[in-house]
Design a protein around this ligand. Structure first.
Ligand SMILES: N[C@@H](CCC(=O)N[C@@H](CSC=O)C(=O)NCC(=O)O)C(=O)O
Length: 277
């Protein structure tokens, strides 16, 4: 494991590390922010952030101003890449499949299956590594944006008891029902939609064993709202199952990091409260 970036930030340390990921069968990078409390030697809870299509570990750590909020609340923040990468890793020329578009699933289909095990990477491998190698507790929260919002919801729903809180910005809530999701799930999991249900938040809500409250922010001027994101489907699924949901529709905001940065402080405060309890 090798540290390849280190920057002082808000009294803490923003770092990027690379290591050989057994889950991905490839070299993987992740960003980690260590707040001042962690540098003083305190063990801190961890917020995992899952980014969207075309992102690397860099987008969130350079655009969202997360360090200011994490420093204030004493949270470690971990930001993985969005797929396995490398010359020997399958790819596709389109921006919404292959490298940069792992969709946080464990692929079962060729040519993706050997490396595209992002769910194992973010839900198993990284927490084990972070809790062993950094001053981290096993109190975890998960959040993300768009494809990563889908990743956050699905990861929390698939692992009852593992996360104290979950939130999302502009998530793809029902990948089985929208073009981005249908394309990716068909490629990674095969053409049978029955295999997609365990990677679809709206489907997982029907049988959830834990009713962890969901906090979701969605911009009303988001260019992907009606075609890809469909918060109405999440609202209906939560109403049907009695799952607690706070869905905030934010007038005038688009799909960008300007939107994320505007409300990230409220999400970090929400996670910090859950992680303290
Ligand atoms: N066609 C666009 C789509 C890419 C895009 O908008 N990516 C978003 C996430 S979308 C859903 O997962 C993003 O976070 N981009 C990175 C950023 O820093 O804004 C394109 O290819 O640009």
């Amino acid at each position: 494991m090798e540290r390849i970036e280190q920057h002082a930030s808000f009294g803490g340390s923003q770092e990027v590390w690379r290591f050989h990921s057994d889950a991905l069968g490839a070299t993987a990078r992740f960003g980690v922010y260590l707040p001042p409390a962690a540098l003083r030697g305190d063990r801190c809870p961890v917020l995992y952030w899952l980014s969207g299509l075309t992102c690397t570990e860099q987008n969130f750590i350079t655009k969202a101003n997360v360090q200011a909020h994490a420093a204030q609340h004493g949270l470690i923040v971990v930001a993985p890449d969005t797929s396995p990468r490398g010359d020997g890793v399958a790819d596709d020329p389109a921006y919404d499949l292959g490298q940069g578009a792992g969709f946080y699933v464990n692929a079962t289909q060729a040519p993706w299956a050997p490396h595209y095990r992002m769910q194992d990477h973010v839900a198993e491998e990284l927490p084990a590594l972070v809790e062993a190698r950094f001053p981290a507790t096993d109190r975890r929260a998960v959040s993300g944006h768009s494809m990563g919002g889908h990743g956050a919801l699905v990861t929390a729903l698939r692992h009852p008891g593992r996360y104290r809180s979950v939130s999302a910005f502009s998530p793809i809530v029902a990948p089985s029902q929208v073009p981005w999701g249908r394309k990716a799930l068909a490629a990674y999991l095969g053409p049978d939609p029955a295999a997609w249900a365990e990677w679809d938040a709206v489907e997982l809500l029907k049988t959830a064993r834990e009713r962890l409250p969901l906090l979701v922010d969605q911009g009303e001027a988001d260019e992907f709202l009606a075609r890809e994101l469909r918060p109405d489907l999440l609202e209906a699924a939560c109403a049907a199952t009695g799952h607690p949901l706070t869905l905030r529709r934010q007038p005038g905001y688009d799909h960008s990091y300007y939107f994320i940065a505007s409300f990230l402080g409220e999400h970090v405060a929400h996670h910090a409260a859950a992680l303290r309890g």
